[in-house]
Design a protein around this ligand. Structure first.
Ligand code: HEC
Ligand code: HEC
Length: 244
């Protein structure tokens, strides 16, 4: 909103009425000083609101052009190209992963072809664009995961017990410990990531402090038990305790 004082009362009033939500109020305030104070406050708030909306719109466009092909139009993942769910993940987690892909503490291991693919998409993304995308993705509703046929969810619940200290009782995530939500993630992706931690393809890089802590926690899990945990996680995502 560009309002130049001294251009005549009627003109800047008209401009404010058009460009801020305070237009009607300005029409009934007769004192110029009062109108100016009101306009200033309204202008500031309108500017903030417009700024946030503009950031969201930009992030949405960036997402559609740079990310949607692999992560789905609404961030709900695309199994055909190994792209996980991003909708509803916490912004802080997304930002850190993007930083990891960009700087190479994630997706730089040749035993991790999917991570390398994602790394190629992240190298040109600067931190500010990553932050805007992350903030926008956090606001999208997370999908309900598919049911997992091959795992025993009851056994998975027991195996998951030690994980709850970081990922939460219902796998809803714990931002203070940098642990992401798992309940609404695609089961095939949870399966692959847990295996990658166990065998040391993820979380083994010296600069990946959080990944290293997760790797240490994964090492007691047998590869054959991963499917049970994944089945339980998917039940949480679809159950009454599903994350809204
Ligand atoms: C060419 C396909 C492709 C494109 C384009 C792509 N990604 Fe990815 N992305 C992937 C794959 C595959 C993975 C899974 C990597 C793995 O298995 O470790 C991934 C993983 C991620 C993760 C980690 C999720 C998690 O739960 O840890 C984030 C965050 C992410 N992508 C964000 C983005 C953003 C933002 C964009 C757009 C700037 C983008 N991706 C573009 C393929 C892609
Ligand atoms: C000490 C805390 C801690 C414990 C205990 C823990 N995790 Fe994690 N987990 C993390 C953190 C932190 C991350 C994120 C790592 C990163 O930033 O790359 C993570 C990431 C993950 C991911 C990848 C999610 C994604 O979107 O890519 C999976 C899957 C996972 N954990 C499953 C488990 C399971 C199953 C257990 C129990 C066997 C477990 N975790 C125990 C802290 C923990």
């Amino acid at each position: 909103m560009a309002v130049t004082l001294g251009n005549g009362r009627a003109r800047w009033r008209r401009a404010l009425a058009r460009e801020t939500p305070c237009g009607p109020a300005l029409g009934i305030v007769s004192s110029r000083a009062l109108a100016f104070a009101l306009a200033l406050v309204c202008g500031v708030f309108a500017g903030v609101a417009q700024g946030a909306a503009a950031d969201d719109a930009q992030a949405g466009v960036l997402y559609a052009t740079e990310c949607a092909s692999c992560h789905g139009a609404k961030g709900r993942g695309n199994a055909l190209v190994d792209g996980p769910v991003l909708a509803g993940l916490r912004a802080s987690y997304i930002e850190r992963q993007l930083e990891g892909f960009r700087t190479g503490f994630r997706g730089a291991n040749d035993k991790d072809p999917e991570g390398m693919e994602m790394r190629a998409a992240a190298v040109a993304l600067d931190a500010a664009a990553g932050a805007a995308l992350a903030a926008w993705l956090e606001t999208l509703p997370a999908p309900l995961p598919e049911a997992v046929a091959e795992g025993d969810a009851a056994l998975g619940a027991q195996l998951y017990a030690p994980c709850a200290v970081c990922h939460g009782e219902r796998a809803e995530g714990m931002p203070a410990l940098a642990a992401p939500a798992l309940a609404n993630q695609a089961p095939w992706y949870n399966d692959r990531q847990l295996r990658r931690f166990i065998v040391g393809v993820r979380g083994a890089h010296a600069s990946d402090a959080w990944g290293t802590s997760m790797r240490a926690s994964s090492m007691g899990v047998a590869l054959d038990d991963v499917r049970h945990i994944v089945a339980w996680l998917s039940e949480q995502g679809r159950g009454a305790a599903a994350i809204p």
